[in-house]
Ligand binder design. Structure first.
Ligand SMILES: [Zn+2]
Length: 395
């Protein structure tokens, strides 16, 4: 169904768009912003004036670009240090927590253990205790809210973790649980989607709004940005490539399906295919087994996942995370050749594939991106009016 644009909504959307462009193009001039957004120069000046006053943005002196009458343009940059998020990255046995900045960086990082079979209330309490200590470093009124990237199948709009194998959780209303223990607004998304957002906002991917992030750890996650919007499906849990059947006579998966990609491409299974021994890694094994049977089994599995992404979502770039990011250099040439042979009609232009440049930071930066996407950069799933009511700081 279509939705009309109220003037206040349009203003906020323009504001978020300008903030995002200033983030992705540091030192950009007002003239360039007007050219890129097709907004009038007066509108750009008006909105950037408000953003400077509210300390989201600052000017950085004269640029080489010449404005009218021979005057030099003034550049704009995102301001750190005035508005913050709390970023929470939840993995199988631990959670990382830090203070997120508008430019994506996450400071004051710390880590807590998550035990086996954890109780959601206990985990929420442990995370809330860490957040309380972090909040001593920043004025409370400057904290927008908490962004969470977590293992599991997540409906971000409902704030619900439907199922997380790592914790054996089902139907956990994680956003409301963490909000009630911290007293802060909370937005939660699946880790891979969070990482996709992080790559788009902070990974130098300004021109790639058709992006897929494939994370391969003990689980397989996929985050897809389609025209800059998160693809989440009609019920919020779309894009679960890990649970696509690649062998209809295969083993049962924890999700209820059979022969899921995740049952073949998870880290333990790959280690077992390669016979990774003590003191070895997937990388060293791939090197030792170069172009032998098990090596090609891994190449085939990785290519199967990537061909699926190319055929279904047709992204311009696929970014890799987890063990796959580490192993990519070892298998890249053979995987690319396999993809090429299996996607005969999709070769031009070829999809770019590369490991995440955010590296180890991608989890926390992704969690930060989930919060900033909703409250600052206009990438959340819901209307701006709904989002703004949740946040103590109105962007
Ligand atoms: Zn499955």
């Amino acid at each position: 169904m279509g939705r009309g644009l109220n003037i206040s909504f349009a203003h906020r959307q323009n504001r978020s768009l300008l903030l995002r462009l200033i983030l992705q193009h540091p030192k950009i001039s007002r003239a360039k912003l007007a050219e890129m957004t097709q907004l009038t120069p007066a509108s750009v000046s008006n909105i950037t004036g408000i953003l400077i006053k509210e300390r989201y943005v600052h000017e950085i002196g004269a640029l080489d670009e010449i404005r009218s009458a021979g005057r030099r343009s003034i550049g704009l940059e995102i301001s750190n240090g005035n508005h913050f998020t709390i970023a929470v990255h939840m993995q199988r046995q631990h959670a990382s927590i830090g203070i997120g900045n508008l430019d994506g960086s996450v400071t004051h990082q710390s880590h807590i253990a998550i035990p086996d079979h954890p109780n959601p209330q206990d985990v929420a309490r442990d995370i809330a205790n860490v957040i309380k200590t972090k909040m001593r470093n920043v004025p409370g009124e400057q904290v927008l809210g908490v962004g969470v990237g977590t293992s599991g199948i997540v409906d971000t709009e409902a704030g619900m973790i439907y199922a997380a194998l790592a914790y054996e959780w089902q139907q956990v209303p994680w956003a409301s649980l963490l909000a009630s223990t911290t007293g802060l607004p909370v937005v939660v998304d699946n880790n891979a989607r969070a990482m996709a957002l992080g790559e788009m906002l902070f990974g130098g991917m300004a021109k790639s709004e058709w992006l897929a992030f494939l994370f391969a750890g003990q689980g397989i996650g996929l985050g897809v940005l389609a025209d800059g919007k998160m693809f989440s499906g009609g019920h919020g849990i779309g894009g679960e490539l890990g649970h696509l059947t690649i062998n209809w006579k295969g083993e049962s998966c924890w999700c209820g399906n059979v022969g899921c990609l995740e049952t073949y491409l998870n880290q333990s299974r790959i280690e077992s295919i390669l016979g990774v021994g003590r003191g070895e890694t997937i990388n060293t094994s791939l090197k030792n087994l170069y172009q032998r049977g098990a090596y090609y089994d891994v190449v085939d599995l990785v290519a199967t996942a990537l061909v699926g992404i190319v055929n279904i979502f047709n992204p311009r770039i696929i970014v890799l995370g987890g063990w796959l990011a580490d192993a990519w250099a070892q298998i890249e040439t053979d995987v690319r050749n396999t993809i090429k042979s299996r996607t005969r009609f999709w070769n031009d232009p070829p999809v770019a594939i590369r490991p995440s440049i955010l590296g180890e930071e991608v989890g926390l930066q992704g969690a930060n991106a989930v919060a900033l996407g909703r409250w600052i950069y206009g990438l959340g799933p819901r209307s701006y009016d709904d989002q703004l009511e949740e946040s103590p700081v109105n962007p």
